[in-house]
Design a protein around this ligand. Structure first.
Ligand SMILES: [Zn+2]
Length: 604
């Protein structure tokens, strides 16, 4: 789920302001200059963020050629100036300034995802490469019958097909078909890596990957090791899940799915094999019925979209957070409009960086949307909690935190919680838990190795460890190493399979999703403990716990003003990320999986 965070997207300053600042002094900059620079940044950033948020909101709520152009222009104002600003901040490297100003200056330097080279020609070439790669991906279609254009399938069609089809031949054709969109991007990607590295070097980073890793308050290489450590913690659980799913899919598909060795990448219900929820029906335990269906309950009661959001707000109020402002209810979008095209993908917004928070969703009466509401509101409460800090600090402690908060709260949407708010009469007994846990593991545990490997591949590409000739081979080596999946057919060098995943041509870093997946369980465990929960972790809800809410708010209100380990400690009493909370949460499932796969091979 997206949220619009312009500080994360790239800081910006109008060029005029920077030029004026430079002309003011050619002598060595002073602490006073640094202060003035940051004050100007704060003011200008505030204004540009407001412009861009409004333009973005209108563009997504009224999709027209004009609103798209206005949105693009406002966003461009950000990325243009962000580059200049990152470079300007370097001027103050040797100036003695207070710690919070030093942190702001450092954040400016690491705020970029893409650093353009100072050569204007190269800068333009790089910008064009990125929009061209985005365009190729966005327009990507697979046409099973090139003579018939109505046979063509875009990513939405392919996604639906992979989720629902159980015909191996049909799935394989769609999988191979989608992967034909990306070979044209390969050359562009190579040049893009060269030029973006050049820009990163000008800012003092070894390469673009090192620039991305520099955002995490630790040395880039130490951060890489930290991720490996977290992965090693959860890997045994992943291996059990992998072995169990392989066994069940072998029963369904026969030898296309080997009894040992890697899983075929196309049969997991998702084009990237990053979320296996869609094959739940193929792997479900005999006693799979959760005992109730929230979707059915919402439909039967004719619960309105507003009432679903009100229930979400009541959750946050119950832990002591102030109610949402009146403008939230007036300005949010809750239902798909009948009269116009909108972007329905759920998102949370912070228009004025103070109090004008909103969500944009096309809510259906489903359990999934009920949970998504709790997730999106998590972004809004985070945004409001840090709204008095300097603009540069109005962001989450690291980019994994923002996504993790909403998901943490969604983990508290338990049967017991639904009973408390009157949606369910009685919580099902523990015998029903395995189905619930397995379905959640197919989403959250199955995702972890994928969440890790995308940037493993890109970091190695940026550093030169993976050469263009090795792009595809290295991609599949990593997918085998981490996910234990293999392609359904030979993938030679003529392919560029990483490019068939949105975030690669779009140049969006991916490690945040891995971190969010780890952090949400760690937060949930710590807050459940604070709330005094004594049941198994997956049955804990922090609903009505003012103490848990206070701890959570302590962290949220820190925003980005302190290194993330400090923010983490505010909730968990530890300044280290710890994936053992996932193991705790899924402990009953892991024991069950072990039982199910007794005598079966584990690993690949
Ligand atoms: Zn989100």
């Amino acid at each position: 789920m997206l949220h619009r965070l312009f500080v994360a997207a790239g800081l910006a300053l109008s060029i005029a302001v920077i030029t004026a600042g430079c002309q003011a002094s050619t002598a060595a900059p002073t602490a006073q200059d640094a202060k003035q620079f940051l004050d100007e940044v704060d003011t200008t950033l505030n204004r540009l963020a407001l412009d861009a948020s409004r333009a973005g909101w209108v563009a997504q709520n009224f999709i027209t050629v004009d609103t798209e152009a206005m949105d693009a222009r406002a966003t461009q104002a950000f990325s243009d100036a962000a580059s200049r600003w990152a470079k300007q901040a370097v001027r103050f490297d040797n100036v003695d300034v207070p710690a919070d100003q030093r942190r702001q200056l450092n954040l400016l330097k690491v705020s970029l995802v893409l650093a353009t080279p100072s050569d204007p020609k190269e800068s333009e070439e790089l910008t064009n490469l990125v929009s061209s790669m985005r365009g190729v991906y966005g327009k990507g279609k697979w046409c099973p019958d090139p003579a018939k254009t109505d046979s063509c399938k875009n990513i939405d069609d392919i996604t639906k097909l992979l989720a629902s089809s159980r015909n191996e031949k049909e799935i394989r054709a769609a999988w191979e078909g989608w992967h034909t969109i990306s070979p044209p991007i390969k050359k562009d990607y190579q040049r893009f890596a060269e030029l973006s590295n050049k820009g990163a070097k000008e800012l003092g980073f070894a390469d673009t990957g090192a620039m991305w890793r520099a955002k995490y308050d630790m040395a880039p290489d130490a951060f890489t090791k930290e991720l490996d450590r977290l992965w090693d913690q959860v890997r045994p659980l992943y291996l059990q899940l992998h072995a169990y799913v392989r066994m069940k899919l072998h029963q369904k598909y026969g030898d296309v799915v080997p009894q040992k060795g890697p899983l075929p990448a196309h049969l997991l219900g998702n084009i990237w094999a990053q979320d296996w929820s869609n094959v739940y029906d193929l792997v479900a335990p005999a006693n799979a019925d959760a005992g109730f269906s929230l979707t059915d309950i919402l439909k039967r009661r004719k619960t309105s979209a507003i009432d679903m959001v009100k229930a979400g707000e009541r959750f946050y109020s119950s832990i002591g957070l102030a109610p949402l402002p009146q403008t939230f209810w007036e300005r949010s979008l809750f239902l798909r409009p009948k009269d116009r095209e909108v972007v329905c993908h759920a998102s949370a917004w912070d228009i004025d960086s103070v109090n004008d928070v909103r969500i944009k969703m096309c809510i259906d009466q489903t359990a999934e949307d009920f949970s998504t509401i709790h997730h999106e509101l998590g972004h809004n409460y985070y945004q409001r909690a840090y709204n008095t800090l300097p603009m540069i600090f109005r962001d989450s402690a690291n980019d994994g935190f923002h996504e993790a908060i909403g998901d943490t709260i969604a983990l508290s949407v338990t049967p017991e919680y639904l009973v408390k708010i009157g949606l369910l009469d009685k919580a099902p007994d523990a015998s029903r838990d395995i189905g619930l846990l397995l379905s959640r593991a197919l989403e959250k545990v199955a995702f972890l190795p994928f969440g890790l490997l995308i940037d493993q591949w890109r970091w190695k590409v940026f550093s030169g460890e993976i050469t263009p000739a090795q792009y595809n081979q290295a991609w599949w080596d990593l997918r085998l190493k981490y996910q234990g999946v293999a392609p359904p057919s030979a993938r030679g060098d003529e392919f560029f399979d990483p490019g068939a995943k949105y975030h690669v041509p779009d140049n969006t870093p991916y490690t945040r999703y891995f971190l969010a997946d780890i952090l949400q369980f760690q937060f949930h465990r710590a807050l459940a403990k604070t709330a005094g929960c004594t049941t198994p972790l997956h049955r804990c809800s922090i609903y009505e716990s003012k103490q848990a809410g206070q701890r959570l708010n302590n962290m949220l209100s820190m925003g980005l003003s302190k290194p993330w380990p400090d923010a983490l400690a505010a909730v968990t009493d530890s300044n280290e990320m710890d994936a053992s909370a996932i193991l705790d949460y899924f402990a009953p499932l892991q024991a069950w999986l072990q039982e199910q796969t007794k005598g079966q091979p584990v690993g690949w």
